[in-house]
Design a protein around this ligand. Structure first.
Ligand SMILES: Cc1cc2nc3c(=O)[nH]c(=O)nc-3n(C[C@H](O)[C@H](O)[C@H](O)COP(=O)(O)OP(=O)(O)OC[C@H]3O[C@@H](n4cnc5c(N)ncnc54)[C@H](O)[C@@H]3O)c2cc1C
Length: 598
């Protein structure tokens, strides 16, 4: 167990310490009450490095020298460059990226495990994947997506990724609906399959796919421009992207005259993002859809837990600290700036930077202390946003193989119909919603369960406020009823005799998700990506949306919206922004001290 530093400071040395030292690539700054602030210093960042050297020279202290008399004190009085709240995908990525840069980073997680939603659990003979169906933006070793590039090239994490066999099978079950189609990944194969299922749609679907390609390329360009895209490049190369930014999926499909049947197939993945297609922003769906087409989707062979553990291990190897069973209860602020955090263990930890994997709604309403440090605009912004959905998942360990059950696909979308407004409404009562995404894990990982068995999980969505009204005495009955209805819907859609083969049965409800991730009402996605609050507005407003200096957000509630890859990428980007801010602050501090010394 490492020691925490008290904001009040302690253990002052008798000798007057130097103001600055450079050691192990870090600038150590000693303040009046002997608390050490240690900031990363990059030798390749010659301005900061040379300024620090100059100040040391002018102050009569040796350059880059270990100060023996202060070594003990430094270990007792640890301060951190950055504290990350929460070890979900976003928090793990942010902490790993900062540690890789050389920052002194502390990751605090309230649960006993890393991963947040990205986890697994065991019942009987089965290890269930808790959440992941499809991890976007991994790509193959020879055509790497952004997430694989980050993991392998930036962090040195190599996992055994398994490509999932098909995009999805979509089955609509309402009387009169006659859609049951299995879609492949790959641009050409997808367009060919949709033309076969919806004859005459090739041209408009090709236009749609090309538009999605442009959207993804534009977002990549904006990311590479570090938030300063060239206006004329945008207008010349990405005009259609700009035109469609403020529109919904339905509006874009209307404009491109996508035939009804093809549209149903194209929009099948709407439940990966949450809101109905009449409200869901096209940009975020289009980018996700195209990424899936070109890089397909993967899962880690040993479930999400393997992924989370690999990040945890790498953070430690890179010198970062990770603490579990430690809830951040306060984000301490002074004069509009973060100065530390207070934990459930009674510690106060000094830091100038906090990256939160917990939502802005939670942080501004409950964590920032004192409350007078929360600007009204931060609360107004949280209130204006629409909380995303929660979920019920039925996890089934079956004593029959998927082959025996007649289940040949990995990923099923079973919806009553593709009127997504109507389907979304079914998520607002306690009856089983008419939408489900079903995972047949053995079709990607044949040996993920003992021989002769299989793992199936059925996921549906709920508005988060629905389940909070379930009385404790009704809880088990309600969840079992919902689970039973979901199983019946799946059996009806596929003809697979699931019920008679159940060996293990577990149900997660919004209460379950709330309990193990601390999310409000068990929300599993972030804020709903409507056109006004989707990827682009969030990216464009990143500077203005900073309400406390030193406080940033990553993960599903962050600027990239939710999902595994978005959470990971937001963690990486926010860490790089924080690193840049740290260096700038460190430089400013050195300049300040330099002036004092002179
Ligand atoms: C059933 C299900 C299926 C899904 N399927 C997919 C899928 O197929 N593909 C996909 O891309 N996405 C999927 N998702 C969504 C995806 O899991 C999330 O978008 C993503 O994991 C969110 O990551 P995050 O970084 O926001 O962290 P979270 O998972 O939200 O974790 C936040 C962490 O912060 C911790 N924390 C919160 N407050 C504090 C505090 N005060 N102090 C300390 N720690 C704190 C929590 O304990 C938690 O560990 C699914 C989700 C679920 C639940």
């Amino acid at each position: 167990m490492w020691g925490h530093v008290s904001l009040r400071g302690s253990g002052a040395t008798k000798q007057s310490p130097p103001l600055l030292a450079i050691e192990d690539g870090r600038l150590l700054r000693y303040t009046r009450n002997d608390i050490i602030r240690s900031l990363p210093i990059d030798k390749t960042d010659s301005i900061l490095y040379n300024v620090a050297q100059f100040v040391l020279f002018r102050s009569g202290h040796p350059k880059e020298e270990t100060m023996a008399e202060t070594t003990t004190q430094r270990h007792l009085n640890k301060a951190y460059d950055c504290v990350v709240i929460g070890a979900g995908n976003g928090g793990l990525s942010a902490a790993a990226q900062l540690a890789a840069k050389g920052a002194r980073v502390l990751l605090l997680e309230q649960h006993s495990l890393p991963g947040g939603f990205a986890t697994s659990f065991v019942r009987g003979r089965f290890e269930f994947e808790a959440a992941l169906h499809a991890f976007c933006d991994i790509g193959s070793p020879t055509f790497k997506g952004a997430v694989r590039t980050f993991l392998e090239d930036e962090l040195g994490i190599y996992l055994d990724w398994v490509e999932i066999p098909e995009a999805y099978r979509l089955i609509l079950t309402d009387p009169g609906e006659d859609l049951d189609v299995t879609m492949p990944y790959g641009v050409h194969d997808f367009i060919t399959a949709i033309e076969k299922a919806a004859p005459g749609s090739r041209e408009s679907v090709t236009n749609y796919v090309n538009l999605c390609k442009e959207v993804l390329e534009a977002i990549t360009y904006i990311g590479q421009s570090k938030g300063h895209p060239n206006r004329s490049v945008l207008t010349k190369q990405y005009a259609n992207f700009l035109k469609t930014c403020p529109y919904t999926m339905d509006q874009v499909a209307d404009a491109l005259k996508i035939p009804e049947r093809a549209r149903k197939i194209l929009h099948a993945q709407w439940t990966y993002l949450g809101p109905p297609t009449s409200r869901l922003n096209f940009t975020v769906y289009g980018a996700m859809f195209y990424l899936f087409l070109i890089t397909s989707a993967y899962i880690p062979r040993q479930r999400s837990h393997e992924f989370a553990l690999a990040l945890d291990a790498r953070i430690r190897e890179l010198g970062g600290h990770v603490e579990y069973n430690t809830r951040v209860e306060k984000v301490l602020a002074r004069n509009g700036r973060v100065v530390g955090v207070a934990t459930s263990k009674g510690d106060q930890i000094e830091t100038g930077h906090v990256i939160s994997n917990a939502s802005p709604t939670l942080v501004y309403n409950h964590l920032v202390s004192p409350k007078t440090e929360v600007p009204e605009i931060a609360l107004r912004q949280c209130n204006a946003r629409v909380n995303g959905v929660s979920s019920v998942v039925v996890y089934l360990g079956l004593d029959a193989t998927l082959e025996e059950l007649g289940l040949h696909e990995y990923s099923y979308f079973v919806y009553a119909n593709m009127n997504t407004d109507e389907m979304y409404e079914t998520c607002k009562t306690l009856d089983a919603p008419k939408i489900q995404a079903v995972l047949c894990l053995n079709n990607a990982l044949p040996d993920c369960s003992p021989p002769g068995t299989s793992i199936v999980s059925i996921t549906t969505l709920y508005r988060p406020e629905v389940w909070k009204n379930v009385a404790p005495q009704d809880y088990v009955r309600v969840k079992n009823k919902v689970a039973s209805d979901l199983i019946a819907h799946f059996e009806q859609a596929t003809g697979a005799p699931i019920r008679e083969h159940i060996e293990e049965f577990e149900v997660a409800t919004p209460q379950t998700f709330a309990r193990y991730t601390g999310s409000y009402n068990g929300i599993i996605y972030g804020y709903e990506p409507e056109p006004w609050d989707s990827l682009m507005p969030r990216m464009m407003m990143m500077q203005d949306d900073k309400h406390l200096d030193g406080l940033e957000f990553c993960g599903g509630f962050g600027f990239r919206c939710h999902g595994y890859s978005s959470s990971v990428k937001s963690g990486q980007t926010i860490a790089l922004i924080t690193w840049r801010d740290m260096l700038a602050l460190s430089e400013a501090n050195v300049m300040e001290k330099g002036e004092v010394q002179q």
